[in-house]
Design a protein around this ligand. Structure first.
Ligand SMILES: [Fe+2]
Length: 346
């Protein structure tokens, strides 16, 4: 198969408009002139000065035109040998995996943000001086159901919403109620945030659902994975992990929000056979959100981002189905927090 053709004329323009719309949402103080003006200079945009903790690399092009290119879809999957300029070291063997949203519209419905897009895993395999590229979508439950229906069915965490018919909406509502699930909460697990290989498993991860197991050679999707049952109580796994070189363990976590107004943090340590060697559960009386963490010799350190404020009011907006979590994402001064928990002394 050949390389992808460049995007169709007009697609980048449409994507640019979507980027502008999202910038306005995220930074309400952004001036119209700055948005409509010529290419914005990275690091000097007046809006970004409102986020004092962000240090931008001046070489990083944050203009809507540049960012807009990341908001276009690549519906094709690829499998071809890469052309190499120069020479690859003969001793270079291994595969580089990457994951990210690849589909920025679902059968004609544009997503409101790339984070809602289906995960496309790319693999570049290096062997014997050659490089081979392969890409495949993670065939999640949501991806397959939407493929069959040829339309958007699931909501996205950033606000993407399907438009079901009255009949479909009623049928979904009935099904949710029968299963004692809260209606209006059918979010897709797009498995689009990270991909990593450990102990013979290649996992495509999100953070509010179970990871998907992939075949590391073909990238075929094998299905959801509970990590030998370790995730049976949390039903999710964060996208990011840490490797503890001192103990040769993989450390990762789950953050579970509950309707009761409390939340739980699960911290796991696995060996290379995916045997669960350590598990901690911490309960919080209020809502918090963590996307990533740090690991030191003695502590797990978690950071609460100031871009979420999981107040009861905001949670009520989400539970009612009126808002997706990402639509309430703002810079909330004073919402930063951090916790540290001692690692198990074994
Ligand atoms: Fe991340």
């Amino acid at each position: 198969m050949e390389r992808p053709a460049t995007e169709a004329p007009g697609e980048v323009d449409k994507a640019r408009q979507r980027v502008l719309s999202y910038y306005r949402h995220l930074f309400p103080g952004l001036s119209q002139q700055k948005l409509d003006g010529e290419k914005a200079e990275a690091g000097t945009a007046d809006s970004l000065e409102a986020v004092p903790t962000v240090a931008l690399d001046p070489a990083f092009d944050l203009s809507p035109e540049a960012v807009g290119k990341g908001w276009t879809s690549q519906p094709q999957e690829f499998d071809y040998e890469l052309e190499v300029e120069g020479e690859l070291p003969a001793e270079l063997h291994g595969t580089l995996f990457r994951n990210g949203p690849g589909l920025l519209d679902v059968y004609g419905t544009p997503l409101v943000h790339p984070i809602d897009g289906d995960g496309m895993v790319c693999a570049i395999k290096f062997a014997e001086g050659k490089a081979h590229f392969r890409s495949k979508y993670v065939k999640t439950t949501g991806y397959m159901m939407e493929k069959k229906a040829q339309k958007l069915i699931f909501k996205g965490m950033m606000g993407t919403k399907p438009s079901p018919t009255w009949g479909e909406a009623l049928s979904e509502w009935k099904e949710d109620v029968m299963k004692s699930k809260l209606p209006g909460q059918r979010f897709k697990n797009p498995a689009n945030t990270n991909v990593y290989y450990w102990g013979g498993k290649l996992l495509a991860t999100w953070e509010s659902g179970l990871p998907y197991l992939l075949d590391p050679a073909t990238l075929e999707t094998k299905g959801k994975d509970t990590l030998n049952g370790a995730l049976n109580d949390s039903h999710c796994l964060a996208a990011h992990f840490r490797y503890d070189a001192a103990t040769d363990r993989l450390v990762n976590f789950s953050f579970q929000l509950a309707m009761s107004g409390k939340c739980k943090l699960f911290i796991y340590e696995f060996d290379k056979d995916w045997k669960l060697l350590s598990k901690q559960i911490h309960s919080f009386e209020s809502y918090y959100y963590c996307h990533d963490f740090l690991l030191t010799e003695n502590y797990y350190i978690f950071h609460q981002t100031p871009f979420y404020k999981l107040s009861r009011t905001n949670v009520a907006k989400i539970i009612s189905g009126a808002y997706a979590p990402g639509q309430l994402m703002r810079y909330y001064p004073g919402e930063s927090n951090a916790w540290r928990f001692p690692c198990n002394p074994n």
